[in-house]
Design a protein. Structure first.
Length: 309
């Protein structure tokens, strides 16, 4: 199911549940109701303001539906995420298989993820009119487990080609970095929901191993989709929209609803993320050998928009 990603970015807001809806209320003056969203339609809630208040029963209702509640810092990065304890009805079986997976299996799967990321980065460069050979040449060099860290080599080449030699990725910076932070936050929430829905544990990763990161698998599986956000940010910056605003936020969120090419035809990015997480659970259970990754190429609507500019 494709749900709605709801962001609340104004400090003067109170969120609560009423008859199956999340209600947004102004906290000043007459405390007017500003809107309602059916709980069953929500994919994630992004809390991107410091003066919000919300009720416990709303958080419970969202968790029961597998919808993450994401807490953002001032730089628009996610710093906390409320996820359900229970998920897929086969969750215990799948987590046991996830824990039991061998190191060679994890290495093989991580190599597939890295190759897919490099292919999508090359597609982003092509759409931006930048040279693709520096990234495409790396795809065939990725070995099981990526021992040569080809992913990092690709990143060093990629950012300069896409956003200019003077660009530096800095999570604490504003401008272009702030746009990337926000886009990745939305993508991370979408991926977390997909991981939980697939009955997997978000802390048991393929590659990421930071002990302080409770979302290691989420960060692994979102890698092939980061270039979708990157290219959208490139487009926004090229159009002189260089800061995080309500309009740029909406543009970044809409990107996750655009179609990508898959073996089954055009599929929304959000569904591609869900299919990838589900395929990983199936690999762990021995029901399939390969991950369900999107074909090389960026979302169709975004590519068409760039051609028309």
């Amino acid at each position: 199911m494709i749900g709605r990603i709801v962001e609340v970015a104004d400090d003067r807001r109170h969120l609560f549940m009423h008859r199956g809806f999340m209600v947004v209320q102004d906290t000043e003056g007459e405390r007017k109701e500003l809107g309602q969203v059916p709980l069953d339609d929500i994919a994630a809630v992004i809390a991107n303001a410091h003066g919000l208040s919300y009720t416990n029963n709303l958080l419970v209702a969202l968790s029961e539906r597998g919808a993450p509640f994401v807490l953002c810092a001032a730089n628009h990065n996610a710093v906390g995420m409320l996820l359900p304890i229970e998920g897929n009805f086969e969750q215990s079986k799948r987590i046991e298989a996830q824990i039991a997976a061998s190191l060679p299996t994890h290495k093989r799967l991580w190599a597939a993820v890295v190759r897919a990321k490099l292919e999508q980065q090359a597609a982003a460069l092509e759409a931006a009119g930048a040279p693709t050979a520096p990234l495409s040449a790396l795809v065939g060099k990725v070995k099981s487990g990526d021992p040569d860290n080809i992913e990092a080599q690709g990143a060093r080449r990629y950012w300069g080609l896409l956003l200019g030699e003077n660009f530096r990725r800095d999570q604490n910076a504003g401008g272009t970095n702030g746009l990337l932070n926000y886009g990745y936050t939305v993508l991370r929430a979408t991926t977390a929901r997909a991981v939980i829905a697939a009955g997997l544990h978000p802390s048991i990763g393929l590659h990421h191993s930071n002990d302080n990161n409770a979302m290691r698998l989420v960060d692994d599986l979102m890698e092939p989709f980061r270039p979708v956000i990157d290219l959208k940010v490139w487009q926004l910056v090229r159009n002189q929209e260089e800061h995080v605003t309500p309009d740029t936020k909406r543009a970044l969120v809409r990107t996750l609803y655009d179609d990508m090419q898959t073996d089954m035809g055009a599929t929304p990015v959000m569904v591609c993320v869900q299919k990838l997480a589900t395929s990983l659970a199936q690999v762990y259970l021995g029901e399939r050998d390969k991950l369900d990754l999107p074909l090389p190429g960026l979302p169709l609507a975004l590519a068409a928009a760039l051609r028309d500019e």
